[in-house]
Every structure is written in structure tokens, then in C-alpha cells.
Design a protein around this ligand. Sequence first.
Ligand code: HEM
Length: 507
Amino acid sequence: MLLTLLFLVAVFVCPWLYIKWGRVKSYWLQRGVPHYPPHPIMGSLTFLQRQNPAMWMRQLYKDFKAPYVGMWLFWRPALVINSPEIARRVLVKDADIFRNRYLSSGKTDPIGALNIFTVNDPLWSSIRRRLTSVFTAAKLRSLNGITVSKSKAFIDRIAVDSKKEDPIDLRKICTDYTTDVIGESAFGVTSNCLAEGDSIMRKVTREFMAFDLHRGLSWSSIFFFPDLVDVFRFSFFPKDTIQLLRKIFRTVIEQRGGYEKEVKDSRDLLDALLKIKQEAVKENEDISEDLLLAQAAVFLLGGFDTSGTTLCWVVYELAWNPQIQDRLYQEVLALKRKIGDRGFDSTVLSDVNYIDCVIKETLRFYPPMGWLDRIANKDYKIDDKLTIEAGTAVYVNGVSMHMDPQYFPEPEVFNPDRFLPENERDIIPYTFMPFGEGPRNCIGMRFAYQTLRQGLADLILNYEFKTLPNSPKPKEIGVEKKGMFLMPDEKMSVQFVRRDNEFVNKA
Ligand code: HEM
């Protein structure tokens, strides 16, 4: 029996594999597309868990200097797009062909599979249409109270922690702030992690941030080889966090009077989600609890670390660039003097253009999701030389365009002036995409700006950020290798020194 089996493998399987591999490895060669030679099993994915995907994309961009480069997800061909013009067509002009992401969260994890980030059309269009109403300017104004009060708690916490011997862990404290803001907005439950040192929401986001081997493999598979997700029962959200989030979600909905109690003016994102369900009922559509919970969960996951880590990088860069810090401080102080007793809020802060310049320049360096994933739903002509087949994954290599001297002269210099209105208009479209582009761009972008502006304005009014002796320069900070996003993998700290102005409470 064993001999027969070995014979069959030798006669049929091995030659088949050999021929198949020959076809796989010549796929991009035959089409004249530059590429690194593929590994016989992993294709191009040998970098996974060893190098951050964004850093791999940057290396590839430098090595080939080509508008597109071929790669393999195991044996499946995929294309990296390095050209702003092709990016525009994929993300915007021909977005109907590239509606879906290649990544997928499989069927074993309903919350992972139902959230707007992972779902495919037609469900995606229907969810996105409804969720757009959750992030209107009016709804975001209703979140102002949360942002303002959490930002105050942020300043108070820094006052306490800066008296301690250990330097403050910047990423931790910034993600405490964003957990409180987004956790409370999306789940309607009090999250006082800044004030109390921990909260139920922080338990969840701490788990989101922990990239051990299992989580690293889960996400590698979800992003780059979704066929294996169900086989290994990988999940998008850590499993116990979902049980906890479900419990919180149900409790708060009950406290608010259940699904039937009509929501008139929504106080937060949770109310806005409830309203969606109630409006769907009027249209004879049913929206399940899982579908609502999945959206609240992805707001938290998609928002707290991206925004918190961005704020952490902003503070760190400002500590290393004191002139830029001083300019921002002077602008914020001038605004505060103008508004007098009124505190900062989203309306007044939209006037300090330089805050946005600093945030954008930080996102140019450290876009948390620097490559944008799509899949072609039919054959697509990239240019006169190349047509990709339906089912091909494409990755728009934004993180690399952000650092290309052709688009951003002296890209290694931290220079927020690039984003002043008179300069920003010269930036070539689709070379700066920290929030993605087109109909599938980041739905939380304005909320992220609101949270970042508030936290940064309050921080800089109250504290000067100084580098600590022997701390690494920003570009020497390493990035996570196991995670998919561009996040620091070491502790970042600065010294917070109380400012001397009439608004600082010196007690
Ligand atoms: C600095 C902060 C943030 C950055 C840099 C960021 C970046 C991104 C990027 C690059 C995408 C993919 C866009 C594309 O494929 O074209 C995305 C999608 C998304 N983001 Fe954000 N994000 C941030 C904050 C937030 C916040 C605060 C929320 C929610 C409260 C959020 C919710 C989402 C969701 C739900 C999607 C999926 C949208 C869809 O597929 O339709 N993000 N984000």
C-alpha cells in the first residue's frame, strides 16, 4: 500500500508540482513585471513575522523604482502599486472593480467577519451607506464632551506620572487616552483608564495590542492568506475580548431602554448605531446584534491604536524638533488667549492650521496602515503592457510614496510646513494617503483628527516636551515585526516640563 502511494506521488504528484511551480515562478517574468524571486513555498511572504510589511514595501520600492512590482502570496500572484496615477485608478476611478479588500476574517469569528473593514460587497456598501451617518460633523460635535473631558484627564494623569521615577511610557499613556475616548464613544460605557489606571475597555485594548505568535499568525493569515483562516480557526479579534465586548454592549443597550426605545438625539456612536437598527426596521430590514457589535468593535480596534500611536509619535518628534514645538505652542497659546475662559473644543481647534500640519507630517512618516489592500473583481488593464486577472490582490504602496524625494523633497526631514495650505496644494495627488483613498477610505478620519487635535492642544499648552538623555532619535526607533501595522516596538519616553503661562494650574 505504502509502495503504491509512493509510486503515485513519484509519478503524478511530483511532476504536477514541478510543472505548477514552474508556471508560478515565471508568472511575473512572462508579463515583464519586476519582482524578487519567489520562495518555493512562501512566495514573497518570507518577510512575515520577521519584518514589518510596511518596511518590506519600502525596501521593495527602493529596490525596483518601478510603477508596479509583482509578488506572490504563497503561490498566488499579487501586485504592489508604486505609482500615484495607478493608485488613483484603483482606489477611486475604478473603485467598483476594487470594492473589496483581499483580506478576510473567515466564518468562524462572526464579529471579525461582519465588521465594515473586513466585509465584502454588497454587504459592505449597505453598511458603509448607513455608517456614514454615524460620522457626520453634527454627530462628531456630540462627541466633543467626551474628547474634552478625556483630554483633561490626560493632562492630570501626566501631572501625576511625571512625578514618578520611571519615565512615562508615551505609547501607553496616549493609547489610554484614545481608549477612553473611543471606548466611551463606541460602547457608551464609562472608561476612566486615565484617571483610574485601568478600565474594562483598557483590558480589551491591551489584548488588541498584544501581538504574540498566535495573534501574529492569525493576522498574517487574515491579511495575506485568508484561505487558512477557517482551517486554523484564526480570529480577527482575540476571542475573549469579544465575549467581554458583547457583555458590555448588551448591558449598555439594556440600560438605554433596549433596541426598541427610540433614539432621538444621539449622544455617541452607540446611539448612532442603535438608530441605524431602528431605521432599518422601518424599511423592513433586520440588522442583527452581531452586525452592530462588529461595527462598535472595529471602531475601537481601528481607532484607538492608530490615533494613540500617532499622538505618541507627534510628541516624540516635537521633543526632537524644539523649534517646531515652539511654533506650535505659540499658535496654540495665541488661540487660547483669544478664546479666554472657553476651553479648546473641536470648533475652535479647527482654526489652528499648524496643528494639522504637524499631525499630517507625523502621519507621512508613520502611517499606521501604510499599504492599502484591494482585490480585482474582474480582469483589469493596469496599462498597455499589463492586465491583471480577476482575483488578483493589489497593494497600494502609500508608505513608500510618503518617503519618495520626488514627491516630498528631503523626505527624512520632519517639516510640517509641507502641509501649509500654500504648499499642500503642490503635493501630487495620491502620494499622501495615511487614511486611504476613495469610497473605502477611513471612515473615522475626522473623529481621529478631533481626538488628536484636542489631546495635542491641551498637552502643548500645559507641557514642554524634552528629550531624555540617551534616548534614541525618532528614526532609530524600531517597528513591530509581528504586527501588520507600522507601530513602534520599544518604549518611547520624553520629559514633560510644566509650562509657565497663565493657563497652567501650577498646584
Ligand atoms: C490616525 C488615525 C487613523 C488612521 C491613520 C487610520 C487609517 C486607516 C486606513 C489607512 C484605512 C484603510 C483605508 C483604505 O483602504 O483606503 C482605514 C480604514 C478604516 N478605519 Fe481608520 N484610521 C485612523 C483612525 C480611525 C478611527 C478613529 C476609526 C473609528 C472610530 C477608524 C475606523 C476605520 C474603519 C471602520 C475603516 C474601514 C473602512 C471601510 O472599509 O469602509 N479609523 N483607516
